[in-house]
Design a protein around this ligand. Sequence first.
Ligand code: FAD
Length: 692
Amino acid sequence: AQLDTLDIVVLVVLLLGTVAYFTKGTYWAVQKDPYASTLTNGLAKAGKSRNILERMDESGKNCVIFYGSQTGTAEDYASRLAKEGSSRFGLKTMTADLEEYDFDNLDQFPDDKVAFFVLATYGEGEPTDNAVEFYEFIQSADVSFSEKGGVEEKALGGLQYVAFGLGNNTYEHYNSMVRNVSKSLDKLGAKRIGDAGEGDDGAGTMEEDFLAWKEPMWSALASAMSLEEREAVYEPVFEVTEKPDMSPEEDAVYLGEPNKNHLEGTSKGPYNAHNPYIAPIAESKELFNDKTRNCLHMEIDISGSNLSYTTGDHIAVWPTNAGKEVDRFVNVLGLADKRHTVITVKGLDATAKVPFPSPTTYDTVLRYQLEICAPLSRQFVASLAQFAPNESLKAEITKAGGDKDYFQERVASMNYNIAQFLEAMGGGEKWSNIPFSLMVESLNKLQPRYYSISSSSLVQKNKISITAVVESLERPNAPHIVKGVTTNYLLALKQKQHGDPHPDPHGLDYAITGPRNKYDGIHVPVHVRHSNFKLPSDPSRPVIMIGPGTGVAPFRGFVQERAQQAENGENVGKTVLFFGCRKPSEDFMYEDEWKQYKEALGENFELVTAFSREGTQKIYVQHRLKERAEEVNKLLEQKAYFYVCGDAANMAREVSEVLANIISEQRGVPKQKAEEIVKGMRSSNQYQEDVW
Ligand code: FAD
């Protein structure tokens, strides 16, 4: 007789149960998913062990700080904790990328060691790319028991841990990574030290949440591990050595090439978050330029790269810092004369991972490797005091680092980056006492920025479109206009491509042609990140898209795709796009293109516009959505997919609320029930967000 599905399910369950029984107590964890992340693995590649306990023993560590990081902030917090644990408490610390270790021996973790977990939550409550495997592993690990001296003990009974999460309360699954991981660890018997901290980027309090959390945590850890606090001394993690006998022209010197293959001119795929493709920019233009804002449209050519994308994916752009800011940095640190001197940067112990290749030069590190334009943390400011050029500056910096309000007034509200801060505080003094290693340890690695791909892979499989507003932030009291790193770099590339006589509208002076002129001919380093933001596989299903401003980016791709499907003779369902901007005459993106798509899609395509600065009333997409309540509800009942893209802080949350109101009114159900329906739509992917 043939087995039906139920029989197979029953057999599999029985088999798994049997395996679990015989391995009880020793095999506490599930097998790793063999199909999980295939990202290049730094450590495995370097032939180093994925066994964390072995690594700790080899290098004499008693404290590991794991990080799950997407944009570098969690990684930065991990290194700050590592430095502080070492300088204040004499802990032997190391940081560890979750992607680079296995976790099946966490049950052997001895009780004289401690593990920290610094975990960012990404998107819809998801783990960061480097934490996917760890998260799946820990979530599905068995709560099995082992016998120790006749006493039953849970698998992770020996593990003491500390946890901090980085999240954003404007998302529904606020800090779900740290919450879920702590829950799993607790269930497995691990002992948490202090509270599981939660930093909130949505409220803009991440740094202060972190600072407030870590003091009681350190006291709890000190008492749990009998540590004694001592006066903090700067202990470098990296050693920076100048090589005056080497020339920056030598082939072995990195001048901004992201890795060895790029240096040797043998760059090859797979291209990913560790290995960008230096892509030609096929075309670039401005969608609008209303004097205060520029909006770019770019076409990135990926043919021949083996990179591929599907509609709704993200492209990551690897930026370089503005020359103007690199100059400022070398000047204020007294490095101007030797900016092109060759240096090597080495970890002082085996676990310290230098975040960029060396030998290199100061100029290269500042231009291509470190986030030198970002806002400053109070802890970083405090660490600079001991290197101040004189006693009064030392007192001033100590105050700025120690006093929350004073920091806010003198530093944060001024929008300073590190060099602007030192310049402003020092009043002409050079800060040549600051060791360069401190900068390498304290500043984040320069991160690629993501853009929602605004083209359809069905229409242009080898060209990726980007739609981006150039960041330029002015604040009333701040002496500088903050110029976004990546978008101003892209703007300069566009100007150059058009042979503009003023290639650099803001005098930012980018190294457009890249290291050794390798990016000449208008190239930009990129990779693709696949996303779950996808059109329904059945094109006849209706879709509703909410995309004000640059939030329209992926929807240009969606509409382009559906127009193509219609031209191919497929049955394409209702396609409604809510778009918002200031004024039709100012910033109406892709105005002409929508008309073309309308020709292909006919009555099935509808563009609903909301203009916020046209009349006396500010009209936003949320208002238009409300006006269309009946139609929206009808489409949802026909299983329409609902998409939101753009501003996470306000718009996305308001849209979600408006939708719940619509459902409540139109279906005559209580608000709470309607909210549950929206939740259900989210978990079944009928409601998808791509917000930032
Ligand atoms: P950054 O240099 O990163 O600065 C960004 C902001 O940080 C500044 O505007 C300012 O508010 C603040 N800031 C920086 N330095 C300081 C300082 N010293 N003091 C105070 N504040 C400071 N953007 C788009 O335009 N189009 C898209 O399609 C798009 N899609 C995205 C998709 C995803 C999944 C994500 C995560 C983001 C997306 N973004 C998109 C946003 C984009 O990734 C970038 O964040 C944006 O372009 C700004 O990058 P930048 O390097 O120019 O600015």
